[in-house]
Design a protein around this ligand. Structure first.
Ligand code: IK2
Length: 423
């Protein structure tokens, strides 16, 4: 009994020491606020601004000509068809088989031999970000000493993704500030000088943030050089259809690499081209030697997803597979993608014309030369700060304008403000 009492009092003493220690210093005392995300932080600042004049050309999310978010007609119709007809069971660990099948056709071509021969290991992903992240983890797990070469500049989250996957990051030259175009020579030199067998992150189309893509001829040379060096090409394709308005044309770079015999990886996103931002729906695929390897790779991709989120969400997958699996709906979608791309192209012309009509002494040719959702304006961080302070115009400090946020209603105001801060 005495022994029992001693044991009890020992336990109490021990636990009260722990409680005491915890109350003296809180668990998370050393946690500092994380720095604001350079892209999503812009939206937060925009929302907090009460000015009626405010304009958000920060985040790359499509808006109609009234500045309103858009739900595509094909999505509304798919939702109508889905409503009530499906249960809410878990998807398989790798996601919706139909959605994956349709996504592969979109990326690799309707009649791709790789698909027929079942040479692609693929899973449904949490949009483009999730696809990149699972791939980065896959790279680390199976090529632990490899590094990833990332273009300068790139979508800022690429750095976070490969950092958190503990993959060593290197950069390659991409954008040429003087010409506001591609630094093709620098890029080719960096590909040549990288250690053989490196990983290269390539934007398949509509490069974010520059809006500068290689030409078809340049892609052929890039593909050739990557092959010579035995590098691995990982395509991030977040904007298929947004560059040219044509999904086949926008997948041309992947086509060229496949014809050259590369075994590429690809991250697809339906955030932009189907407007399914919040559904978090995408696809990660890796081209393999044969069907057996593809099964193994898929199983490992799933294995990486399992401890993070077990299996992906069902609703976005149903929307995508319903649209892409029905020729009528797919046709409607392709028309709507083109409509979004065309509105952006129209706004590029309008912004450039407005700046030229205001008598700007600078060249604004690059606004119409660049493609996709973004214009890399060449404005400095200080000029961007003035746009925000003096005109309530919100954009990332690297001078990137999300053309998707430009409308016939605000283009004049935007041009005038840009003219004022760049005089
Ligand atoms: N990869 C690239 C190159 C992207 O641009 C994006 C989306 N970025 O959008 C925000 C912005 O830059 O304003 C993605 C991947 C991933 O997008 P998601 O995960 O939404 O599919």
């Amino acid at each position: 009994m005495a022994l029992f009492r001693a044991a009890i009092s020992g336990r109490i003493l021990k636990s009260s020491t722990v409680v005491g220690a915890r109350s003296m210093s809180s668990w998370w005392q050393s946690v500092e606020p994380a720095p604001k995300d350079p892209i999503l932080g812009v939206t937060e600042a925009f929302l907090a601004d009460p000015s009626p004049d405010k304009v958000n050309v920060g985040v790359g999310a499509y808006r109609d000509d009234n500045g309103k978010p858009v739900v595509l007609d094909c999505v509304r119709e798919a939702e109508r068809r889905i409503a009530g007809g499906f249960n809410m069971e878990y998807l398989p660990m790798g996601g919706s088989v139909n959605m994956i099948e349709e996504s592969l056709k979109l990326a690799y071509g309707e009649n791709s031999d790789l698909i027929k021969d079942k040479r692609i290991g693929a899973i449904q992903s949490l949009s483009g970000t999730g696809a990149c992240r699972i791939f980065a983890d896959f790279q680390k797990r199976f090529c632990p000493d490899s590094q990833i070469f990332i273009p300068v500049p790139t979508w800022s989250n690429h750095h976070n993704i490969w950092r958190d996957a503990n993959v060593t990051q290197k950069t390659y030259r991409y954008y040429h500030p003087e010409s506001k175009g591609l630094d093709f020579t620098g890029m080719m030199d960096d590909i040549k000088n990288a250690p053989n067998g490196s990983f290269f992150l390539l934007h398949a189309c509509a490069h974010n943030p520059t809006g500068v893509d290689p030409t078809e001829e340049q892609w052929k040379e890039i593909s050739h050089q990557l092959k010579v060096k035995g590098h691995f090409a990982f395509f991030d394709m977040a904007y298929q259809g947004f560059a040219s308005g044509n999904t086949v044309k926008d997948a041309k770079a992947i086509q060229i690499f496949i014809e050259d015999g590369h075994q590429v990886g690809c991250a697809q996103s339906y955030a932009k081209n189907m407007g399914l931002y919040g559904q978090r729906i995408g696809c990660l695929s890796v081209v393999c030697d044969d069907d057996k390897q593809a099964v193994a790779v898929k199983s490992q991709l799933q294995q990486l997803a399992r401890p993070m989120y077990s299996n992906p969400p069902v609703h976005g997958a149903l929307i995508v597979s319903t649209i892409l699996g029905d020729p009528e709906l797919k046709k409607l979608w392709l028309g709507e993608v083109k409509g979004m791309a065309d509105r952006i192209i129209g706004m590029r012309t309008a912004l450039r014309e407005n700046l030229e009509n205001l008598g700007s002494s600078l060249s604004w040719e690059h606004i119409t030369n660049q493609i996709g959702m973004f214009c890399y304006s060449g404005m400095t961080p200080d000029q961007v700060d003035r746009l925000t302070k003096e005109f309530h115009i919100y954009m990332t400090r690297n001078g990137r304008i999300s053309m998707a946020g430009v409308t016939t209603g605000n283009v004049g105001y935007l041009a005038n403000a840009i003219h004022e801060v760049t005089k």
